[in-house]
Each structure stands twice: as structure tokens, then as C-alpha cells.
Ligand binder design. Structure first.
Ligand code: MN
Length: 196
């Protein structure tokens, strides 16, 4: 994962190359999820950083060291930045090397996708499902609650699905499983693999 640095003490919103993602994530969902939820996390993070002792450090280090409200807002900024940057209306397919890595860890790409969706469906309450690489390069899936991110476990996060209700409720209501299954259509594997 590429480190995200503050500029003049402030973290910025990730730039998006889209304002809707076909039928998978509507313009209305993006306007709330990106424009309101993420904006609030970024604003809160930037307000809480001064005096924390973590000014000028990469976002992943803020997440690893902060507690309480600063951890929650920093975590959500990191999580949503990775989330929104991995999607595209013209997504690049998975490379043969990535498919081989997934096969090595999960048996097959299809088994990986099913297990990833299942971990998202069975996460009780709000949180995130992640694909990460450990320090030996092995790929692992983790369920993380609320604002948690795999960097706190020494993992390198590659891909994430947001299972907070705000991510899908306007488009899919209670059908979290259908939403997660649809997200594969917009995952840009070039971005995901670039984090390895
Ligand atoms: Mn979210």
C-alpha cells in the first residue's frame, strides 16, 4: 500500500474518476457515502490531529498509534480512501499472477470470492472485510469491526468491501449479500495489485 501523507498538516479527500458506478453504486449513494460520510471523517481527522503528537506522520501510522475518536476518524479515512480508489467504470481485469496468488492461498479465485463475500455477510454490525498480504506475501481475508484496518495487525491491505449499512442501504436495502456479490463488477484489479 502506498503511504498517504498530509499536505500542510491536512489529509485530503481521495480524487474520484467517477460520480456513479453503473447499477452497482448509484449516484445518490456516492453523494452521501463519499460527499457526506467520508467528508465528515476527513474534516474530523483534520480537526483532531493538531496536538495529538501524530502531525506529519503517514495516515497508516496515525491509525496504528491513535486511540478513541482520532483512531475512528483516521481509520475511516484510510478505509474509505482504499475503498473508493479500487473501483472503476472501466475496471482492469485480474492478472494471471494475481490469480495464481489467490489460487495458492484459497484454492481458486471463485473460492476466494465466495469466502470474501461470506466474511462480509457474516460480519455482525458495522465494519469491513479485507484481503491483505502478510509479511511473507501470503494472502489472508479478515473481518474488521467499525473503523479497524489490517495495518494494525501488521498486514498490507489490498482490497476491501464496506459493510456499513450506509454503503448500500439506498440501493440494496437489507440485501447486503446481493450488494457484495455485485461489487466484483467494478473492482479495478490494476489498482488492487498495485498495492502489493
Ligand atoms: Mn463507508
Amino acid at each position: 500500500m502506498k503511504e498517504i501523507m498530509p499536505i500542510d498538516g491536512q489529509f485530503a479527500m481521495p480524487a474520484l474518476a467517477y460520480d456513479e458506478l453503473g447499477t452497482v453504486i448509484s449516484k445518490e449513494t456516492l453523494s452521501f457515502h463519499y460527499g457526506k460520510h467520508l467528508k465528515a471523517y476527513v474534516d474530523n481527522l483534520n480537526k483532531m490531529l493538531p496536538g495529538s503528537g501524530l502531525e506529519g506522520t503517514p495516515l497508516s501510522e496515525v491509525v496504528r498509534k491513535a486511540e478513541g475518536g482520532l483512531f475512528n476518524n483516521a481509520g475511516q479515512v484510510l478505509n474509505h480512501t482504499l475503498y473508493f480508489e479500487q473501483f472503476s467504470n472501466t475496471p482492469q481485469p485480474m492478472s494471471a499472477q494475481m490469480a495464481a496468488l489467490l489460487e495458492k492461498s484459497f484454492g481458486s479465485v471463485e473460492t476466494f470470492k465466495k469466502e470474501f463475500e461470506q466474511k462480509g455477510v457474516t460480519l455482525f454490525g458495522s465494519g469491513w472485510v479485507w484481503l491483505s498480504a502478510d509479511k511473507d506475501g501470503k494472502l489472508v481475508i479478515t473481518q474488521q469491526k467499525n473503523a479497524e484496518n489490517p495495518v494494525t495487525m501488521g498486514l498490507n491491505p489490498l482490497l476491501t468491501f464496506d459493510v456499513w449499512e450506509h454503503a448500500y442501504y439506498l440501493d440494496y436495502q437489507n440485501r447486503r449479500a446481493d450488494h457484495l456479490a455485485a461489487l466484483w463488477q467494478i473492482v479495478d484489479w490494476q489498482v488492487v495489485e498495485g498495492r502489493l
